[in-house]
Design a protein around this ligand. Structure first.
Ligand code: HMG
Ligand code: MG
Length: 287
């Protein structure tokens, strides 16, 4: 049997958080419902951040309320602070994610905190989640390059990843936020991180700005990673990373993994329908 690699679908969150058009909630719900039919086990659909910072995610509670939940699928939400955590719990997110950075410049720009301050903010969120048995995922941004500070030292990534792992994140997702990583810099970063966090607790989250995300996924497969974040239709970017393109397209990752002999468990036809929906959402003119 082909060995399994999981794609964690990011389109409704990482994708749509960066679309210029204010996308109607019903369109977001239709996209999530199509993705649920494609066979994903985890879909990030919401972000309980400040609407002043990311207005595109202001309807997150309505999205979680409106989707048709499939058994066995986790609908995930970003939570930057306790207020976000409370919003996610009230909206019945199945898991939450805290997000930090390996570089100080991006940490300040994205969450208005130093890395040390972000660790302090995460602690009560993780404790509260543990109390109610809610799984917590952790992100590290700028794992190879930062739009403000330049190249990121691999040891800086290892330090943040180790922290997230030790406080209890069930998985740490390594973000090439601006898509500048190469197989060489990804490899150097992974070698540092793997000294502290095992491969089965790591995921690759690669934006495709330079068209190297698939090559970076292959380099990561060589280091034992078996979970990759991707956004259907290549939706998105990051509002606090100027010039960043979307996550690598889910359908491209599915195609490459299948060619390499891995199984993703996804239905390629339904995935193609979701990719069409996503592309139509982004190609509509700005209102
Ligand atoms: P702040 O301005 O330092 O905090 O923002 P604050 O506590 O002073 O709050 C500012 C305002 O936001 C206040 O409103 C708060 O009430 C409100 P005001 O009093 O001015 O009217 N507020 C909230 N509202 C709703 N929900 C909340 C919330 N918290 C505060 N949870 C904060 C700090 C963290 C809130 C802000 O910086 C923020 O929301 N940042 C999020 C930025 C973001 O979402 N970035 C994109 C996601 S990360 C990403 O894409 C990277 C990733 O994909 C991995 C990768 O690719 O690298 C994960
Ligand atoms: Mg991202």
């Amino acid at each position: 049997m082909a060995s399994r690699v999981e794609i964690f679908e990011m389109g409704p969150r990482d994708g749509l958080q960066n679309e210029k058009r204010q996308i109607p909630t019903a369109e977001k719900i239709a996209l999530v419902d199509c993705l649920s039919r494609a066979g994903f086990r985890r879909i990030e659909v919401a972000s309980f951040v400040s609407p002043k910072w990311v207005p595109q995610m202001a309807d997150s509670a309505d999205v979680l309320a409106g989707i048709c939940r499939h058994d066995g699928v986790h609908y995930a939400a970003l939570t930057p602070n306790m207020r976000g955590f409370e919003g996610a719990v009230a909206a019945k997110a199945d898991e939450i994610a805290i997000f930090g950075s390996a570089s100080e410049g991006f940490s300040k720009a994205n969450i208005n905190a130093t890395i040390a301050e972000s660790f302090e903010r995460f602690a009560p969120i993780v404790a509260a989640a543990k109390e109610i048995g809610l799984p917590v995922r952790g992100y590290v941004s700028c794992v190879t390059d930062c739009p403000y500070d330049g190249p990121t030292p691999p040891q800086a990534v290892a330090k943040v990843a180790q922290h997230l792992h030790e406080v209890g994140c069930y998985e740490v997702s390594l973000g090439d936020t601006i898509g500048q990583g190469t197989p060489e810099t990804i490899t150097a970063m992974l070698e540092a991180v793997l000294d502290h966090v095992p491969a089965d607790r790591l995921a690759g989250h690669y934006h495709d700005t330079s068209g190297r995300a698939l090559a970076n996924i292959e380099a990561s497969l060589d280091h034992g990673l078996r979970v990759f974040d991707a956004a259907v239709g290549g939706l998105g970017g990051c509002p606090y990373a100027p010039g960043a393109a979307g996550n690598v397209a889910t359908e491209a990752v599915h195609g490459r993994l299948t060619t390499l002999g891995y199984s993703t468990g996804l239905d390629g036809d339904v995935l193609a329908q979701a990719a069409d929906l996503a592309r139509n959402m982004r190609s509509l003119p700005t209102l």
